[in-house]
Design a protein around this ligand. Sequence first.
Ligand SMILES: C[S@@+](CC[C@H](N)C(=O)[O-])C[C@H]1O[C@@H](n2cnc3c(N)ncnc32)[C@H](O)[C@@H]1O
Ligand SMILES: O=S(=O)(c1ccc2c(c1)CN[C@@H](CF)C2)N1CCSCC1
Length: 277
Amino acid sequence: FSPAPRSTPAGPGPGLAAMAACYQRFDPAAYLQYNYTPPRADFDRKDSIVPWKLACLHRAFTEGDMSGELLVDIGSGPTLYQVLSGCEVFNEVVLTDFLEANRKELRRWLQGDETCSLDWTPYLQHVCKLEGASAWTEKAAKLRQAITDILPIDVHRPQPLDPSVLPPAGADCLVSCFCLESVSPDLAAFTRALGHIGKLLRPGGHLLLIGALGESFYFGGPGVKIPVVPLGEAEVCTSLKETGYTLIRLEVYTLPQDMRVGVDDVTGVFFAKAKKD
Ligand SMILES: C[S@@+](CC[C@H](N)C(=O)[O-])C[C@H]1O[C@@H](n2cnc3c(N)ncnc32)[C@H](O)[C@@H]1O
Ligand SMILES: O=S(=O)(c1ccc2c(c1)CN[C@@H](CF)C2)N1CCSCC1
């Protein structure tokens, strides 16, 4: 039995190199269009995925068991929704992504550049409604104040980030959405990546992991078909346990038929809140 070739000091194994090559064609604006506009992002629909996901994040950040200064988002892509609630709990938010094109999109929003590919106002307004607090303009200002860095990351490296960018104990909280299963050639690589990001988190810190269930591919742009590791709830729970996390809660959303719009073959979305042992 010869195990699949893994990344070596000389560089990534064939599966990782192929995955990295796919991502060179990733199109942030198209990706946002496919996933973050109606019908998937329809705030008026009760069964829409957006209210469900933003509610999961709001509850997870505000139920009183989190403390600390630093929240790191792993594989942010060109999106911000994942830290809208977190920036009220953590003073510092660090966004990360593999691609400069995505980091550039995030910097555009951070600098208030009107040429952003997506208007995040509806997301800001929805989270403000959940919090029953400030106006969306105040939350936008709060988030811009909280984001202290937008950094390159590679979850397949044992040290995904430059060690100097985190405090010695690690981040107090990690959030990661639709990243690990979308960048790993197989379940073993997904689990290894989960272990790698766990090293960025202090013991007792929380991981909020959101991802796709039953997905085998998605389009990261016109004609840019990217393979995904198809996950079930069991695989998510096993991988978390194998990499030193205690699962606090797992919630699952099944995508309504009309949200299956051809940009992927996702059947559901999971939301896991876990604590690093
Ligand atoms: C499906 S997108 C998820 C984006 C965003 N988090 C969301 O919720 O929509 C996957 C992201 O992983 C990034 N990525 C690709 N390879 C990676 C790697 N080796 N390490 C970390 N991130 C990677 C891509 O650039 C892309 O932004
Ligand atoms: O759950 S989504 O429909 C969604 C959001 C992003 C993705 C998928 C699904 C499935 N394919 C993933 C490929 F990595 C990316 N959603 C889009 C609206 S806002 C909340 C998240």
